[in-house]
Ligand binder design. Structure first.
Ligand SMILES: N[C@@H](CC(=O)c1ccccc1NC=O)C(=O)O
Ligand SMILES: [Zn+2]
Ligand SMILES: [Zn+2]
Length: 208
């Protein structure tokens, strides 16, 4: 087995966030001089910043929260596919690929090139893809995009339909150097009891 590769965005005060959302901020709130012995930090951030998972509570008031999600889903074999700049991602875009038995599917689109700015538009997941993927066995869908729905969507149809089909969502991956293939993935959410989402440190390694 080879080395693990980090496929997470670096969290710093410059990371772009959803328009209007809480900016990321880290500071040492209790410094060495004051405390006499240690630096103690404080983080302010939205749960949808950088590489993160969505819990169903993000888009449904009675949906599962992060602590309710089975963390086993976020560790294990994953397939990476590469779609070259699709306008949207539907059955047509993936039907030539063998996805049978794929539990974790990561889609590289390269559509969010400059990760220092929030994208103006993105290819979205067509809601009809959810049932197709579920039939193949997909339970986790990861993307190199900040959302599975169009950025101006208020219905969040893809979020809802993926959830209806039992597919969990991982967003904001960095896949631009990752070749299509079979990998192991680890992208564990934090044990946030009340949360609608969680940042993750996502890493993969090739299965050889
Ligand atoms: N669905 C997006 C986030 C999202 O929609 C959002 C995030 C922060 C503030 C507002 C948001 N949507 C507002 O319509 C996501 O899952 O990351
Ligand atoms: Zn999110
Ligand atoms: Zn989302």
């Amino acid at each position: 087995m080879g080395n693990w590769t980090d496929i997470s965005q670096v969290l710093n005060d410059k990371i772009p966030v959803w328009p209007g959302d809480t900016p990321f901020h880290y500071e040492v709130s209790w410094g060495m001089e004051e405390s006499g012995s240690v630096n103690v930090g404080q983080v302010t951030m939205s749960t949808h910043t950088g590489t993160h998972i969505d819990a169903p509570f993000h888009f449904e008031n009675d949906g599962k929260k992060v602590i309710d999600l089975d963390f086993n889903l976020y560790i294990g074999p994953a397939k990476v596919i590469h779609l070259q700049n699709p306008a949207s991602i539907g059955v047509k875009e993936v039907e030539s690929l063998d996805l049978q038995g794929v539990k974790r599917l990561l889609i590289r689109t390269d559509a969010w090139q400059d990760k220092t700015v929030f994208p103006e538009s993105i290819p979205h997941i067509e809601p009809e893809l959810a049932a197709y993927l579920a039939e193949q066995g997909v339970q986790l869908l990861g993307l190199d995009l900040p959302s599975v729905d169009p950025l101006d969507s208020k219905e969040l149809s893809a979020h809802h339909e993926l959830n209806n089909q039992g597919i969990h969502i991982l967003e904001g991956l960095v896949l631009d150097k990752i070749e299509p293939g079979e990998y192991e993935l680890a992208a564990l959410p934090l044990p946030l009891e009340q949360a609608d989402g969680s940042p993750v440190r996502a890493v993969i390694r090739e299965i050889k």
